[in-house]
Structures are given as C-alpha cells and as structure tokens.
Ligand binder design. Structure first.
Ligand code: ARG
Length: 468
C-alpha cells in the first residue's frame, strides 16, 4: 500500500469516516474538481465570512469563534494569493481546501464553520457570485466595444459603402449606418446580460444540502451581505438550479455570434479583393513563409472561438437534461464550460474593440465598390414611380431592361445616354440623373431607421445617450 498524502488523510478525516476502505486513486481523480474550481477561492471565502457573521448574529456561533474564523479565512486567502496553498485532488474541491486549511490554522472554531450549510448551497452561492462578476466584466467590455464602434461611426456618417444582401451589392449605405447595426446588436447583448444578472441575483446559501436547516439562520442577512437582492425561495431548487449559468452561456453564445459576424466581415473586407479596411498592426500577424502577408488572425480567432462558446452552452444543457432533483455530482461539470465561455467571450470582446479602435478605412475604395453592380437601380425604379407615375412593378421591369442595356454597353446606369433610356422608358427625363448618384441615393433613404445622414446622426445621439 502506498503511503497516504497529508491531503488524503485530511479528506478521510472530513468526508470518509464511515468507510472502511480508501478511495482509489482513480476515484480521487474523477471526483476532484480542484484544478477547475480553485478560481472560486475568493467567492468561497466571501460566502464563508458572510455565513460566519450570520451564525454569530444568530447566536449559533460565539463571537470569539466568529473572530477566529474570520481572521483564519483571511490568512487562508492570503496563502492562496501568495501561491502557498498546496492543492491536492484528495481534498476534492476549493470548499474542502479552504475548510481544511482553516481548521489547520485555527483549530476547533474552524470545525464549526460548516454548521447550517452544505457544500451544495455553498457551491451554488460561490458559483453565482463568480458568474455575476463575469457578467459585470462582460458588460464593461461591451461598453468599451460600444464606445469604439460609436466613435468610428461618428467619423463615417458621409462614407458611402456597398450594402449587401446575399453578399451581392444591393444598395449604397453609409459606413456609419453599417457600424450602428452592430451597436444595436451589442446593445441587445448588454440588455440580455442585465436581465440574466437580475434573475441570477438571489442567494442560495442556507438551503443547506437540499431541505434547509434546523438552525435558526437569517438568510436575508447573508443574501444582503453578499450583494444579492434576496434569498432563493425553495431549498431544493436552490441547490439543483443552474439556470443562472445556462443564461450566462446563452447570452454569451448570442453575443459571440454577433462578434463572429463582424469578425467575418473584417476578414473579408481587409482582404485585397475588397480592400475597404486595414486592420491595425497591433491586431495583425505575419506569415512564416509569405513575407507580404498581413493576416487577420485576431478576427479569425474571434470567429473560430465562437464554436467553443456555443459548444459550452450545449455542454451544460446536456449535463442538466434529465437530471433528477436535487444535487448530483453531475453538477460539478457546470464550471469548466462556464469559465471557458465567459473568459473566451471577454477576450473576444476585447480583441474586437482593439481591431475596431485601430481600423483604417479606405473611403475611396468603399465608394468605388458602392458604385459597382448597379446599386442605384432601386433609386431609378423609385424615381419612375414618384415622377413618372408608373406602378412599382412596371418601373421594376423598365429598370431591369435599362440594367441589361448598361451591362451590354459595359457602363454604369448614369452613363447611359438619355435618348437610349427613353427608348426603353419614355417618361425618363434629365432629372433622373440626380437620383442615380451614390450620395443622393443614400440621402434619399430617410425613412425611420434608414441610412440617410440625418437619420444616422439621430441614431448616434440616441446610442451615445443610451450606451455610453
Ligand atoms: N465540488 C462540488 C461541485 O462543484 C461541490 C459540491 C459537492 N457536494 C457534494 N455533496 N458532494 O459541485
């Protein structure tokens, strides 16, 4: 028999007193979560302190035990932060590590901390605290992203670019209007973060293992000490619910999809074929073989990491599916995908803000591409309806014929001679040329939410007031 590690002995003292046999090494390996959940140490210590203060206030613990526990927890925290804590799989998780080390440091009072709680309500509380902080961090990152997008949009209210449908040039739009589409998307993401945070903000501590406790605890007190709005209502739900993590993962998956669409466009538009934008040096990479290359790796990784983020949501949904109430160890699998997804999304948001913040925009190139592909054909049809009195479908057919003619002659619509146009559509007059220009086309789309400069300036003011 191999000698037992000190952590194994501690774990047996804490959790395995009723067993004759030792845990196998493989059991320790599959059971341990310390490699993953050690990052919950600050939340575990904060919730332990709140629990301890409440037990003292309720006369469940003596004030002197309370003081010993609190200063002991500070000492454990300092050890972990100094990298001095020895983590060992035999002690399973962060909760057992903190409690075991506390008891080692302060003796008897340490053993009283776990009165009226269980690791089940403890982990649910710690994890909620972590997810809450992560959501707040994400909101800050998306606020930064909003700021750079709105700032760039402000510089490009008059920059005309091709607007696409089906990836084909459709109608000219302004670059500001395009950027403001993403401002809307990230605005909805931030709303979802806020909603998820509001629902998350209830405190499970005091639910104990699943049924509540026989001690006279004050759950309002622990909830408010930890910044929660209220205690959770049902002890069984408290320890088995992971909706807060699922919501954070759903919000993250949707936000990642938004980032990845923008990333895809940066990849395309920075390629020499489009050459509408240039990514900053700080967010571009070189090739090991082709010295001329300027690769958009950060944008590609934002796009690529979206797969992982969506996968994390699926992973936890699958873990939860069909899980009977209340706590089961399956729930320990909640942290890895959640940590990974929220960390990854934060990084992607920061990378995107960096790319947008340093983006160089080639206005001339955008304008050139905006004029390609007969992008003002709809303006011509609208003119025929408005001035010529045609039904829209008749106007559409005449313009289709004019586009065919222009294609045959390999020229733009506005380069067709008036007489040739009149052969196809007799009501056309000289004034039609006014609507065929890119600037007129853009300025004419002044309907609510449209791309005209007047509307985009209003949208910018509204977005600044709402998001910054
Ligand atoms: N490490 C566990 C987790 O993350 C803590 C809760 C353990 N509870 C239990 N009864 N074994 O879920």
């Amino acid at each position: 028999m191999t000698a037992k590690s000190p952590a194994q002995k501690k774990s047996e003292g804490l959790l395995r007193r009723h067993f004759k046999g030792d845990a196998s090494e493989v059991m320790n390996k599959i059971n341990a979560s310390i490699d993953v959940d050690q990052r919950l140490y600050a939340q575990d210590i904060a919730s332990s302190k709140a629990h301890c203060q409440m037990l003292v206030a309720q006369c469940v613990l003596s004030p002197s035990d309370g003081e010993a526990i609190e200063s002991g927890l500070d000492a454990v925290c300092a050890e972990i932060e100094a990298g001095k804590m020895k983590f060992d799989p035999a002690l399973e998780d962060i909760h057992m590590h903190v409690e075991a080390r506390l008891t080692e440091l302060i003796g008897e009072p340490g053993k009283r901390l776990h009165t009226a709680r269980s690791r089940n309500d403890q982990v649910a509380t710690d994890f909620r605290l972590w997810v809450r902080e992560a959501l707040d961090g994400l909101d800050r990152a998306f606020n930064d992203l909003h700021a750079v997008l709105i700032d760039l949009a402000g510089d490009h209210v008059n920059t005309v670019m091709p607007g696409f449908t089906h990836s084909q040039p459709a109608q000219p739009v302004t670059f500001a209007h395009y950027l403001m589409a993403y401002v809307e998307m990230f605005g909805r993401d931030r709303d979802r973060i806020k909603d998820a945070r509001a629902r998350l903000n209830e405190c499970p501590l005091g639910a104990a293992a699943l049924a509540g406790t026989s001690f006279n605890i004050d759950r309002e007190m622990t909830a408010s000490a930890l910044g929660f709005d209220r205690p959770t209502a049902n002890s069984i739900d408290s320890v088995s619910d992971r909706d807060f993590a699922l919501e954070a993962l759903s919000v993250s998956a949707i936000a990642a999809v938004h980032l990845s669409r923008l990333a895809e466009e940066l990849v395309l538009w920075s390629s020499p074929a489009f050459a509408m934008v240039r990514l900053p040096d700080a967010f571009s990479t070189g090739s090991s073989i082709m010295p001329q290359k300027r690769n958009p790796d950060a944008a590609e990784l934002v796009r690529g990491k979206t797969g992982r983020i969506i996968g994390s949501l699926n992973s936890l949904l699958m873990t939860m599916k069909g899980l009977s109430l209340a706590y089961a160890k399956d729930l320990q699998e909640d942290k890895e995908p959640t940590f990974d997804s929220l960390d990854t999304l934060l990084l992607c948001g920061q990378a995107m803000a960096g790319m947008i913040g340093g983006l160089e925009v080639d206005k001339e190139r955008m304008r050139l591409l905006a004029g390609a592909g007969y992008s003002t054909a709809t303006d011509l049809a609208d003119w025929l309806v408005r001035v010529g009195g045609l039904a829209f479908r008749d106007a559409y057919n005449s313009v289709a014929a004019l586009v065919r003619l222009a294609k045959d002659r390999d020229c733009a619509l506005e380069d067709l001679p008036l007489v040739e146009m009149q052969k196809i559509e007799p009501c056309v007059t000289e004034s039609v040329f006014e609507v065929l220009s890119l600037d007129k086309s853009v300025a004419s789309r002044a309907s609510q939410g449209g791309t005209a400069q007047v509307r985009v300036r209003e949208a910018l003011i509204a977005a600044k007031a709402r998001y910054l």
